[in-house]
Design a protein around this ligand. Structure first.
Ligand code: FAD
Length: 291
């Protein structure tokens, strides 16, 4: 199938994008097109105007200012993959981005497009949830900042209005020496994950866990933080027994269930993966502290 007819626009400034969104009937923005083009061709969406963001070079950057890392929405997965800033300050993202599709998809696909598409299994929303990202939304009515938690409203449905775009994603890196881990299972290399999991652990001088983040992708409609596990982990000394016990909270999520992947299977994987990433994050923190 081919897409329905639309008029193509390629603005070169954010102001021009806002003009398009304000004045055109039934518009849709396109970033890397890796998810949108198939949806257009299947006629799942039929915009009258397609607004190409690829001319907005001002939205393609990775910056560190003070304690904060900012990524422009039009930054490709591939740029994230090779960024020294990301490798140093957001190592979890550096690791997880390698699982985003194939190289060709990472060359074109953007972090902003991934967050706005909001596939339940996508790696960038998962990492953003794990790291408590803040999202800068620029719209005809002005700029607003939302937490990733509020942004992830429902499956494929981010909290963003038709006259707004996501312009920047902000992160507060965890302190040096923290542990991180990511794992996922997909049927074939480059496919979307059936289940993905990420953990971050930080430790006090007494060796006890001082901060914990445990997130699952592909299990619920949006990436899910396992807050009961996080609460239980903090203040404890890391151990296999602790990780096995806290990972069991993952079984309490109502899992996605479809004819290809039954819910019980996602549930079983999520408990296993949670235990694995907690264990690996702990091990990673010890490697980091040796240097
Ligand atoms: P587009 O496809 O251009 O847009 C996606 C949606 O977001 C559209 O609704 C669009 O209107 C909206 N949008 C885009 N940018 C903005 C913005 N700045 N503000 C507001 N709305 C915006 N992704 C994974 O995470 N993991 C995978 O394993 C994976 N595998 C893939 C395998 C294949 C074969 C393909 C084709 C894609 C795969 N993807 C995967 C998707 C890929 O990561 C895309 O990059 C991503 O989903 C969308 O990014 P994009 O820049 O291409 O956005």
């Amino acid at each position: 199938m081919k897409s329905s007819r639309f008029q193509y626009h390629r603005p070169s400034t954010l102001c021009e994008v806002m003009d398009c969104l304000k004045n055109l009937e039934n518009p849709r923005v396109i970033a890397g097109g890796q998810s949108l083009v198939p949806m257009l061709n299947f006629r799942l969406i039929e915009p009258d105007h397609l607004i190409d963001l690829s001319g907005i070079t001002d939205l393609d950057y990775i910056k560190k200012s003070g304690e904060e890392i900012s990524i422009g929405a039009m930054t490709t997965h591939r740029t994230v993959e090779f960024s020294e800033i990301i490798r140093t300050h957001l190592p979890l993202m550096s690791l997880a981005v390698l699982s985003v599709g194939h190289r060709q998809i990472r060359n074109r696909g953007t972090i902003g497009g991934s967050l706005c598409h909001l596939d339940p299994s996508a790696e960038m929303p998962l990492v953003s949830m794990a790291l408590d990202a803040q999202l800068v939304i620029t719209g005809v009515a002005g700029v607003r900042i939302v937490s990733i938690e509020d942004f992830c409203e429902d499956m494929l449905s981010p909290a963003i209005e038709p006259d707004e775009i996501l312009s920047e994603i902000r992160f507060r890196p965890w302190q040096k020496g923290h542990g991180w881990a990511f794992t996922e299972y997909a049927r074939r290399l480059g496919d979307f994950a059936i289940v993905a999991a990420a953990a971050l652990l930080d430790f006090g001088e007494d060796g006890r866990i001082s901060k914990a983040s445990l997130t699952l992708g592909g299990v619920g409609p949006v990436p899910t933080r396992i807050t009961e596990a996080e609460v239980e982990l903090v203040g404890q000394r890391p151990s296999e027994e602790l990780f096995a016990r806290t990972a069991k909270y993952c079984a309490e999520i109502e899992p996605l269930d479809d004819p290809f992947v039954p819910g019980w299977y996602r549930q079983r994987l999520s408990v296993k993966f949670a235990q694995r990433v907690l264990r690996e994050a702990w091990a990673q923190s010890q490697v980091g502290n040796e240097h």
